[in-house]
Design a protein around this ligand. Structure first.
Ligand code: ATP
Ligand code: MG
Length: 332
């Protein structure tokens, strides 16, 4: 079976609809057809400062949400990144193959470091895409289900795999991005030109899976919409309405065309009201299941530890081979 790998950061108290529709929904589907490795990437979550207690709790909540939306430990390997030390061990080697200029061109680094003030942003934020490449290459992943914002990082992972292979002999599978266009960039409700983001959207711009549906309804009602009153799908002239239609379509399973014809003669308010209801129906059972996983943290931790063991069984041999190829001393 082909392999997939993907990860998500525990950088907020909840995942948002962009995370779910752009990535995690595909993780759930791919666990049936692929040998799937999914990771709560807590190492990635400390690049911009954090509170240790909050991080630990968010990692658990992240894992609970992934289980609640349908990841099944019998069908995939779900684990927390910091429990598999091979990720950082390979990252060093890959970092030495990455050009300074090459890393400097990563647009996510440029955006995030600018927001933090360039002088204050961490070296970890800079080398983040190198650690991400290690995450992926350790598992010899063929495909990586992610949102559009990760395309450039994926390109770097591919380049690093090819570079290592040509310098030291064929070691890594070159991973392909798995980006499903229709929902690859869910936008911020308050700024339809920006992606919905855990760390940089304003609270009003995000619909969180774990948020009170009444609060989400209010956010959807206040979403920035476009001039005119017709409900049509056009990402250039009507980015706000198109984003709402995209979310509506993905959550309800109804086609965009079907929705557009159903709303002929109706207004933005009608669409928003109905979308809020679709969101409420979608998140309610997810919230219940998330809570029930969190009710038994010992059981959850046990499940994650078992996942980490399964992950290490794949990651450790890859690292061993890579270290040998590089010319490091044999393991003791
Ligand atoms: P942060 O702001 O902390 O980077 P994030 O919202 O970007 O958080 P990540 O944990 O970095 O979330 O990304 C997890 C997955 O969700 C990635 O595959 C990413 O491409 C995807 N993703 C994030 N935001 C969106 C979005 N708005 N639309 C579609 N996919 C998204
Ligand atoms: Mg991100």
């Amino acid at each position: 079976r082909p392999r997939v790998f993907s990860g998500i950061q525990p950088t907020a108290d909840s995942f948002h609809l962009g995370n779910y529709l752009g990535a995690v929904r595909h993780w759930v589907a791919l666990q049936e057809s692929h040998d799937a490795f999914y990771c709560v990437v807590d190492l990635h979550a400390i690049t911009a400062g954090h509170d240790p207690k909050v991080l630990l709790q968010r990692s658990r909540v992240a894992a609970a949400q992934l289980l609640a939306v349908g990841l099944d430990p019998e069908h995939c390997t779900l684990f927390v990144q910091s429990q598999v030390p091979e990720h950082t061990q390979l990252a060093w080697v890959l970092g030495c193959l990455t050009g300074f200029g090459e890393a400097s061109r990563m647009t996510q680094f440029k955006d995030k470091s600018q927001k933090q003030g360039n002088e204050r942003s961490s070296v970890g934020l800079f080398t983040y895409p190198v650690l991400q490449a290690a995450d992926i290459l350790l598992y010899q992943a063929n495909a990586v289900p992610v949102g559009e914002d990760q395309r450039q990082h994926l390109e770097l992972s591919r380049d690093l795999a090819q570079r290592f292979n040509s310098l030291f002999g064929r070691t890594f599978t070159v991973p392909a991005p798995h980006i499903v266009k229709a929902t690859a960039k869910i936008t911020d409700l308050q700024d339809p030109t920006a992606k919905m983001s855990k760390s940089s959207s304003s609270p009003g711009g995000i619909v969180d899976l774990l948020d009170d549906p009444a609060r989400s309804a209010k956010k959807i009602r206040s979403a920035v919409t476009d001039t005119g009153r017709e409900i049509v799908f056009d990402e250039t002239t009507k980015p706000g309405i198109s984003n709402l239609l995209t979310i509506y379509s993905a959550l309800s399973g109804r086609g965009i065309d079907d929705l557009v014809s159903a709303y002929v003669g109706k207004g933005y308010g009608d669409l928003k009201k109905d979308l809020a209801e679709v969101v409420r129906e979608f998140v309610t059972p997810i919230q219940q299941r998330t809570r029930s996983y969190l009710d038994d943290p010992a059981q959850l931790d046990k499940l994650l530890a078992a996942g980490a063991e399964k992950a290490r069984a794949v990651a450790a041999p890859t690292l061993r081979t890579a270290y040998e190829r590089v010319g490091f001393f044999p393991p003791v």
